[in-house]
Design a protein around this ligand. Structure first.
Ligand code: MRU
Length: 329
């Protein structure tokens, strides 16, 4: 039985399909991954996105190719190509590092290893939800950024997984959803997931967050992560650092939720985390609509890094971490 079904990814018998996250919330469009180039394009364009899911899609695609009988050298080259598809989320590199040693062991072993990594992520999400539950008090107003639910993981998600777990526990959480410019993962995906889960929420432009803090309307900030360095410095969707500074200023707890596959003990700190530099058209255009003159110079980093001293704690599958010393291998 090889079927694995996540919210935005499906693998069965050597075929990998993904729910195109670019088309959400308007259209539910499933695509079959056709080639390595196709997968790279799907990852770069954020059709497949979120730190855990990128890694899972990459290892499952290696299983697809192994089942098609691709030679070992070509499998290794593909792994190398996939590794370079996006630079910041370390889950991709971590999962490829874990499947690479079995690439020479035959299709069945490669597939079994990929499926085990899928199953592991699902379990990690559940563990994070349990570890984070004690942070949520009844009726808490939680601010989140980007999208961290079922769509970017094999399971229930990370930060959003904790929130939906709190909803199940009857704690009635309320979520302030940052729209998350420029690609609107908050508006398009988090509002969509919270609506489906029946969690009360309101959507605001990213720049409205400061006035929410100033008005005392935020009890907790809970976001995901793309890479946690050995000293606890944490990369996440651009705009996260701004929230951490605000949280510090207004005395609001600021937590990261992430699986251990997001930890990079070889990375000493902020300066060593590669930050994706994305195309300026994402800032200058909204779909077909031109928002700024086409030749406008832009600054469009995909991520920023929050220094460890602004972070109250990291909710992980290994429990709640408050001392970043835990991230040193
Ligand atoms: O560019 P994206 O949409 O892939 O960025 C995603 C994020 O920054 C998420 O917060 C992070 O990957 C965690 S997803 C569980």
């Amino acid at each position: 039985m090889t079927l694995r079904q996540a919210t935005a990814l499906r693998y069965q018998d050597g075929q990998l399909q993904i729910l195109d996250q670019r088309a959400l919330p308007g259209r539910q469009q499933w695509l079959t991954v056709q080639s390595t180039e196709h997968l790279v394009e799907l990852i770069k364009s954020l059709a497949i996105r979120g730190a855990p899911l990128i890694g899972i899609a990459a290892v499952l695609y290696l299983a697809v190719l192994a089942r098609q009988g691709l030679a070992l050298e070509a499998l290794r080259q593909t792994s190398q190509v996939l590794r370079q598809s996006r630079p910041t989320a370390v889950n991709l590199m971590n999962l490829l590092d874990r499947i690479n040693p079995v690439l020479d062991q035959g299709a069945e072993q490669v597939e079994a290893a990929a499926l085990a990594l899928f199953d592991e992520d699902l379990a990690l999400c559940d563990a994070i939800a349990e570890a984070g539950l004690p942070l949520i008090k009844p009726g808490m107003r939680i601010l989140t950024h980007c999208n961290t639910g079922g769509l970017p993981t094999a399971g229930r998600g990370t930060a959003l997984g904790i929130i939906t777990r709190a909803q199940e526990a009857g704690l009635g959480p309320f979520v302030w959803v940052d729209e998350t410019r420029p690609l609107l993962q908050g508006a398009r995906l988090t509002a969509y997931e919270l609506k489906a889960a029946g969690v009360a929420h309101r959507l605001q432009v990213d720049s409205a967050a400061a006035s929410l803090f100033a008005d005392g309307q935020v009890d907790l900030v809970l976001v995901g992560a793309d890479r946690i360095a050995a000293n606890g410095d944490t990369a996440n969707k651009v705009g996260t650092l701004m929230l951490a500074v605000l949280a510090k200023h207004y005395g609001v707890p600021f937590y990261i939720a992430a699986p251990w596959t997001t930890v990079d003990p070889a990375c000493p700190g902020a300066g060593a985390i590669p930050i994706e530099d994305r195309d300026g058209s994402e800032v200058c255009q909204l779909g077909e609509q031109q928002l700024a003159p086409a030749d406008t110079q832009t600054y469009n980093p995909g991520f920023d890094v929050t220094p460890a001293d602004l972070i109250s704690g990291w909710v992980t599958d290994r429990g709640l971490i408050t001392d970043p010393g835990a991230f040193i291998a």
